[in-house]
Design a protein around this ligand. Structure first.
Ligand code: NZQ
Ligand code: ZN
Length: 405
């Protein structure tokens, strides 16, 4: 294993009714006294699944109000309209509002986009410089005090609730990238699976595939020898595949929904990353597709993964064989070579993606001639992972995109 340090400062409260039960004491513990609270959310789903009303009623019971005076604190400042694939512009708008309104706690209510944007706002609002340039681009150490931030999760996918990662899109330069700072871990995460029941099936599929992708991106990296992180990852993958099938078959099934919600967090709270080099090349390729076309993150990953894995299969042969065996239950005896066995595991992944109803080509993602012509520029803009079994070239990334067509 590689040497590592592990930390996860987020306090999690999981279960039905957890906002009503726990938000008040979390606000008392973490909100800066005498200041206002900002709630960030997206296009309105939180008003249909009950999360927004639950948060407001708890804040009002603590004496916060939407009509309050910001000078006196205890005002509720609303920051709606955080879009999927949040932009740098939206983050800066929120940071400006948080500074102007004397905000001492930010609560993001929603999926990964809302959580990421709110985490980034908490960094920028307390900072004199340009946070995007200093942290997302240059990766400088974060030494300033970030505004406390907590989240209420309504869509399981990114695991943003338990890590310090925030993905932003610079809409001017077409760069979509993440940074992971322990200072950006939410201070608390409230996770009520019943909020997720209003998710459209398309989001359920995309988000759940994103979880599987996070596990695979970590699993398919060095070291290749047996290690605890990969042991945990295999169990998580098997369970997630089971729950994914159950949730698509019966979207109202609470046990599958709650399992998926916690699996998203276990995949991204850094436990399965301990001692691993971590690949995330599929994510880098998807992020740039999204930066240029605003495509859906989980759907983009579903298209890319099998094709990418066929390219690097020989470079991580032992691990791909282990995947075929321990995740898909295939039998080495039935294949005439190690490579055929490893490839069969990747084929199982491809069949599963089809079975679940996710897109398998860029055209199914809605790409047309215009997007096709952009592919060389998108490939050129991709970051190359240094944690992969083999670093790709920009030429090979373009080949992969074209094979996904
Ligand atoms: O905007 P609203 O109305 O809230 O609707 C959202 C949005 O349209 C909707 N939604 C969320 N919860 C719902 C719901 N609809 C009905 N019922 C509910 N309970 O779902 C749509 C998608 O939401 P979004 O937050 O965009 O999805 P996701 O959680 O997949 O987040 C995607 C973003 O996270 C980044 C992605 O790149 C993308 O920008 N990522 C963040 C990571 C991290 N912080 O660790 C890692 C990931 O790999 C990923 O890159
Ligand atoms: Zn992801």
């Amino acid at each position: 294993m590689k040497d590592f340090s592990w930390e996860c400062r987020t306090k999690v409260e999981f279960g039905k009714g957890c906002v009503k039960e726990h938000l008040a004491h979390l606000v008392e513990e973490f909100a800066l006294p005498g200041r206002s609270i900002m709630i960030g959310y997206g296009g309105g789903s939180v008003k249909r699944n009950g999360a927004y009303d639950d948060v407001i009623s708890v804040l009002e019971s603590l004496g916060y109000s939407r009509a309050g005076d910001p000078e006196e604190g205890r005002q509720i400042i609303e920051f709606p309209g955080i879009m999927s694939n949040p932009t740098l512009g939206k983050m800066k708008e929120g940071a400006g509002l948080a500074s102007q309104m004397n905000v001492g706690l930010i609560i993001g209510i929603g999926g990964g986009s809302v959580m990421d944007c709110c985490k980034a706002i908490s960094v920028q609002a307390g900072y004199d410089g340009d946070a995007w340039e200093d942290f997302w681009i240059q990766g400088k150490p974060m030494t300033h005090k970030v505004i406390p931030c907590g989240v209420v999760v309504t869509m399981p996918a990114t695991g943003s609730e338990v890590n310090g990662c925030a993905v932003l899109t610079n809409e001017e330069t077409h760069i979509k990238t993440d940074r992971d700072y322990p200072e950006m871990n939410p201070l608390f995460a409230l996770m009520d699976p019943s909020y997720t029941l209003t998710m459209p099936l398309r989001q359920l599929r995309a988000g759940t595939f994103d979880i599987l992708s996070h596990i695979m991106e970590t699993y398919f990296s060095y070291p290749v020898e047996d290690n605890p992180a990969d042991d945990v990852a295999e169990g998580l993958m098997r369970g997630l595949i089971r729950d994914f099938r159950a949730a698509v078959e019966d979207p109202a099934a609470y046990p599958a929904r709650s399992n998926i919600m916690w699996a998203a967090s276990l995949a991204e709270n850094r436990i399965i990353k301990t001692g691993k080099t971590k690949d995330f090349q599929a994510h880098n390729m998807e992020h740039q597709l999204s930066a240029y076309t605003d495509c859906n993150h989980g759907e983009g990953l579903a298209v890319l993964h099998p094709v990418y894995y066929r390219h690097i299969c020989k470079d991580g042969l032992g691990k791909f064989m282990r995947f075929a065996d321990r995740v898909w239950g295939l039998d080495r005896e039935e294949y005439n070579s190690d490579e055929a066995f490893a490839l069969a595991g990747i084929e199982e992944l491809g069949s599963f993606i089809k079975e679940i109803g996710l897109p398998t080509t860029l055209r199914e993602l809605g790409f047309g001639k215009e997007e096709y012509e952009l592919l060389p520029e998108i490939a050129e803009s991709c970051f190359i992972s240094q944690g992969a079994f083999r670093p790709l070239t920009k030429e090979e990334i373009l080949e992969i995109y074209k094979e996904c067509w």
